[in-house]
Design a protein around this ligand. Structure first.
Ligand code: SF4
Ligand code: SF4
Length: 115
């Protein structure tokens, strides 16, 4: 099962993951909406499961498919699949560096999403 980006990325989008992906399979919505929230998406069709992105994500938002927390699995896995199924609504993510979060900020973000 491929890697996915969970909602822990919402409104973060620092793109640390993008810089290490060897196949450029991270996508962002062309227009953010309730259906396509502001986060990164991994194309399951293109991801080669190398795992390089997971440790690079400062918000700890990326998981291998089988390791996605139950809390996120039902919604976030199909959400990532939209980057394949509705490709016209997406564009390839580009690097836009942001400051790295503190340990407290990472914990607070997880708490926001019920972790
Ligand atoms: S590194 Fe993590 S939080 Fe940052 S854009 Fe990528 S998936 Fe989102
Ligand atoms: S696992 Fe590898 S190929 Fe897949 S999104 Fe992460 S860096 Fe890219």
């Amino acid at each position: 099962m491929t890697y996915i980006v969970t909602r822990l990325c919402r409104e973060k989008t620092d793109t640390s993951c993008v810089t290490v992906c060897p196949v450029d399979c991270f996508y962002v919505p062309k227009e953010v909406s309730d259906k396509l929230p502001n986060q990164l998406y991994i194309s399951a069709a293109e991801c080669i499961d190398c795992g390089a992105c997971e440790p690079e994500c400062p918000w700890e938002a990326i998981f291998e498919g089988d390791a996605v927390p139950d809390l996120f699995k039902e919604e976030d896995y199909p959400l990532n699949l939209l980057s394949d199924d509705d490709r016209d609504s997406f564009e390839t993510a580009t690097n836009s560096e942001k400051p790295r979060p503190s340990t407290d900020e990472i914990a607070a973000n997880k708490k926001t999403w019920g972790m």
